[in-house]
Ligand binder design. Structure first.
Ligand code: MOS
Length: 745
């Protein structure tokens, strides 16, 4: 199904099952421990051996000598794989760093060997016996230190690295009020619950891989490409994924080495990345240095806005897209953005939840708070005053054929999000004067920020089947990474076919199913259900043909098909056997004609200990506008998780770089801290009631990444309001506050 005109009224609009806050259909499997994760497919193949990865202990250089003899002779060892023994390997389209290193070493903990043994313990013991001598090369590890060597990348996502509208320099130079500040965000790790893990086995030239991935089709293609085999000879299975946050978008070392290990051992091999290996072996969110300049007139109208970002990656990598939202979020006649990329020899930089906006909003939304204060305007009001209904700096406008060269947003209820948030949070009771609200030993502060994240459209297919018993079976290679895909897909099929939810079976995460959008970029929910919608439209046509209806406007409800006063049981259509149909959604120019984005607001109350500067988050509110909410319960869980992650970014998360040795020092969950339940006492989420006919027949947009964008700045702004101390260097930790705290007495 080609989607190139706005969605009209369709069967989803009945909202008898879609739009309801239903429990996850996979919930019981998960809460009882019966949902098999990648390392747990014990019955999938007999005689499974265990592989343990050996990681490089230098950041850059060469292996001079690699001796596996002692490891091979260790008890239980079945095989040892190295780059040399593996032979020539290709590289996946989505990989920057080589997944099996040697003799060249590109980053710390790059995999250089896999030791396969009968048990995990034997493999781990033998892995220590692999002897490696290195020739160390000088590497670059310091983002701030290498800033002068930064280069202009070819592009940032699919936009040019630099953009300009009007004359920024002159407008900034003559503005009534200006702000010019630099903000920094650290390297961050996804820290998902389930480690990267894979089980591989070969049957002749056919490879089966049970793995933990967000993108089944990418894994299949890139594994085939790396191994130099046909994609059709790779079968990827990923029914349950314990989180990813972007860290499992791409083929990783566990999958490749499980496949190589299984080939070397001649039997099934499974490999999990031990937690201390994940932080340096896999990808991470890159640190950024962001300079923001804003000029405004006395009335608080922005006349100039500029955003520059520096980030780094390995050779051949890509920059962070932190300036992206600054092209779209606020009005202003004169503007500029610029992105620069440095080459560092740290582990690979790549996507992490809302890549671009997540870091960009951390900086921009502190800058907006600072500017509002300078102007003496309430921060909510300052944002409302600079709202825009067209995209102010839009490299894509020209190609879209938009009127006056300006594209509108498909929908933009941004001001509503701000107003509703302020009202529900009780913003008017906030004291604008920093450090002026006290409760005993605590300084109380309130902060807010906007939320913004783009909505992306990715084609997605599915197969649906109506069984003679009246059940509906959906098959698509979509993944459920803890997001609720199983449930919203079941809701979609049930709504379309007019059957209760219990009659729908959803099968996901298998490369033998039609290729879906996968889970990434907050596009999974809208796109995968739109694909299921398309397949169901075909199945409805097949049913209608079988039952001899010639009308176009049939109703499928309560297991009956109705039209023109005639009502026939759905099962009549399958009395001679099941019906199977397959289709997908493909997005035409509609996604380019208008800008599709999601909007929101975040409000936070913190308490800061007047003596120790310990920061406690007290309550949080998010208001989100994301098109139709397919399931308010799973959507709310997504936003709450994202808000929690935003608090992590604000207060806790930082990969500490050893700038001499070139690695992330705190590579475990004891030292890389993320918020836990007790850190967040109260969170509330409000969804605006809307539907976006430009997004898909589902009229939904992404929600899971919107929820993180802006949160950290709202927290930082609340800390400022509490203490009067402005921290522009994340995370906001007490050591950055304590010297400047107001007199505790
Ligand atoms: Mo998301 S960072 O595209 O999984």
């Amino acid at each position: 199904m080609k989607f190139d005109t706005p969605a009209e009224t369709n069967p989803i609009d009945r909202l008898t099952i879609v739009g309801k806050p239903l429990d996850r259909i996979d919930g019981p499997l998960k809460t009882t421990g019966r949902a098999p994760y990648a390392y747990e497919h014990h019955g999938a193949a007999p005689n499974q051996a265990h592989g343990v990865i050996v990681g490089a202990t230098i950041a850059k250089g060469r292996i001079r000598r690699l001796d596996t003899a002692r490891a091979e002779a260790a008890p239980g060892v079945v095989a040892v794989v190295t780059a040399e023994s593996a032979g020539k390997l290709g590289k996946g389209e989505h990989n920057t760093a080589t997944l099996l290193g040697g003799p060249e070493i590109e980053h710390y903990h790059q995999a250089i060997a896999l030791v396969v043994a009968e048990t995990f313990e034997q493999a781990r013991a033998a892995a220590v016996l692999v002897e490696v001598e290195y020739e160390r090369a000088k590497g670059a590890f310091d983002l701030a230190g290498e800033r002068n060597g930064a280069e202009k990348p070819e592009k940032v996502n699919d936009s040019p690295p630099d953009t300009a509208v009007g004359n920024f320099e002159s407008a900034f130079g003559t503005a009534d009020m200006t702000l010019d500040e630099t903000y920094t965000t650290p390297d961050e790790s996804h820290a998902m619950m389930e480690p990267h893990a894979s089980l591989a086995f070969w049957e002749g030239r056919k490879l089966t891989l049970y793995t933990s991935t967000q993108m089944v089709a990418w894994t299949k293609k890139d594994l085939a490409k790396t191994l130099g085999i046909e994609p059709d000879d790779v079968h990827v299975v990923a029914p349950f994924i314990g989180g990813g946050f972007g860290g499992k978008l791409f083929l990783r070392a566990d999958a490749l080495l499980a496949a190589l290990g299984a080939r070397a051992a001649g039997r099934p091999v499974k490999v999990a990345l031990q937690r201390p290996m994940i932080f340096n072996n896999t990808t991470h969110r890159p640190a950024t240095i962001q300079r923001i300049r804003i000029g405004a007139n006395r009335d608080g109208v922005i006349t100039a806005i500029g955003h520059e970002c520096w980030s780094a990656d390995l050779e051949g990598g890509k920059p962070d897209g932190a300036v992206d939202q600054t092209r779209m979020l606020y009005a202003g006649a004169n503007r500029m953005t610029a992105t620069r990329l440095e080459t560092l020899d740290l582990p690979e930089s790549n996507s992490m939840r809302a890549p671009g906006e997540a870091t960009g909003m951390m900086a921009l939304e502190i800058a907006m708070d600072e500017m509002a204060e300078k102007l003496g305007i309430d921060p909510v009001e300052f944002r409302i005053r600079n709202d825009t209904q067209v995209v102010p700096d839009d490299p894509k406008a020209e190609k879209s054929g938009a009127e006056n060269g300006q594209r509108r947003f498909s929908q933009r209820p941004f001001v509503e999000c701000l107003r509703l948030g302020a009202e529900k949070f009780g913003w008017s009771r906030r004291s604008a004067r920093p450090g002026s609200t006290r409760e005993g030993g605590w300084l109380i502060g309130h902060g807010m920020a906007s939320a913004f994240r783009n909505n992306m459209s990715v084609k997605s297919a599915a197969r649906v089947r109506l069984t003679p018993q009246g059940g509906v079976v959906v098959e698509t290679d979509m993944t459920d990474i803890g997001t609720g895909s199983y449930t919203i897909i079941a809701q979609t099929a049930a709504e379309m076919m007019g059957v209760p939810l219990e009659r729908v079976t959803v099968r996901l995460g298998d490369s033998s199913f039609p290729v879906s959008a996968g889970s990434g970029g907050q596009f999974g929910g809208n796109c995968s259900t739109a694909g299921v919608y398309a397949a169901c439209v075909k199945l409805r046509e097949a049913v209608s043909g079988k039952l001899g209806f010639n009308q176009a406007d049939l109703t499928f409800a309560d297991g009956q098909v109705n039209a023109g006063g005639r009502s026939v049981a759905l099962t009549e259509a399958v009395k001679d056997g099941e019906l199977v149909e397959e289709d997908g959604i493909e997005f035409g120019d509609i996604s380019k004609k208008a800008q599709q984005s999601t909007f929101g607001s975040h409000f936070v109350e913190v308490a800061v200990d007047a003596w120790t500067a310990e920061i406690r988050v007290r309550r949080m509110l998010a208001v989100c506008a994301s098109g139709r909410i397919l399931n308010p319960k799973t959507a709310r869980s997504q936003v709450i998780g994202a808000m929690t992650m935003g608090v992590g970014a604000a207060l806790l998360e930082e990969l500490v770089v050893d700038k001499r040795a070139g690695f992330f020092v705190n590579h475990d969950l004891a030292q890389y801290e993320v918020p836990v339940h007790a850190d967040i006492p109260h969170q509330e989420v409000i969804f605006l009631d809307e539907a976006d006919p430009m997004s898909s027949p589902m009229k939904a947009k992404g929600i899971a990444e919107l929820g993180i964008c802006g949160v950290a700045a709202a927290v930082a702004n609340a800390v400022y309001n509490a203490t009067g101390v402005r921290v522009r260097d994340y995370p906001v930790t007490l050591d950055k506050l304590i010297e400047r705290m107001p007199d505790a007495a």
